[in-house]
Design a binder for this molecule. Sequence first.
Ligand code: SF4
Length: 364
Amino acid sequence: LVNCPFGAPQDTVDSVDAVIAKLKDSRATVVGVIAPAVRVAIGEEFGLEPGTLATEKLYGAMQQAGFKIFDNNFAADQCIMEEGSELIAKIRHFALGEPAHGHLLGPLPQFTSCCPAWVRHAELSYPDILPHLSSAKSPQQMAGALAKTYGANTVFRVSPENMYVVGVMPCTAKKFEASRPEFGSAALYWRKQGATGNYPDVDTVITTRDLARLLKKMNISLATAPGVADADNPLARYSGAGTIFGNTGGVMEAALRTAYFVITGRELATLEFTPVRGLKGVKEASVAMKDVKTGREIVLKVAVVHGIKENLAPVVAAVAAGTSPYHFIEVMNCPGGCVNGGGQPINPMGTSWIDKFKVVLPWA
Ligand code: SF4
């Protein structure tokens, strides 16, 4: 059990043994919600080349352990539809001067809200800018609510009270996020149908390293696990937009594809929106759009921030001062985004990297 090297808030509960106990409990349906960044990292823990995409082996190993699969890429797709729709409504009203339709949830620029370390940092350090954060909850929390409503009803066909939803995340802060008391919307939904249960949407969270430990404790090797596509599972289907959530700039790129299509009526000529890719601390981009409804034109300006310790303060200060040039800002706590999260395997750059950081990371 470790601290996040990038200062994300965390829960110190190690739930590996609790998850194993649930997997062995015949009354429980244990659903593993697999984040995009886990599949390219966990192979390292089983001797595969770092960066190996191991989605099907991961499904196979987790099914051997007794998990039902909920691919969080599916929920990331839902997240981008929610967050993108919110952004489009604000652009249409505030930037294109159209009448407000329905419920406008906050001012521009809109910040992303899927990184719980960023959200907590904003709550503690920048409470005045909270109205700028998207109202969409993170893919993990959307997945938990979906698993215990739609999933319970039509995919897993079990009572939500007998489901145990486990976030499998690259992130220590996701443990903290799942424990927040506001994330109980599935139980609320069922109480409105007459049920009486009270439970969280996501019961517990394990990191990539935790999952490797869990599989090893159960004598399951990812390297030799059978590849499983889980093609019949609607909760394991997703687009490329959901997949790139794991990388800095990925949420922005996915949102821009959707916003561009809805506002202009056309797909982006090139789906890879390269200006928001790469490892520069603050990345900026702009994209010209013509509103298909009114013919008005807008140049949408966006920024992507990762590594909030080093790069965030000036971007937030401009928003607070009302001088920010952007319409949409993605913020991820960890340098590089979730693929480099605090729960990922430790040695991505080899022994010298570990030695270098031993002083500040006693667990390395
Ligand atoms: Fe967690 Fe990703 Fe945020 Fe890092 S960037 S704290 S891994 S959600």
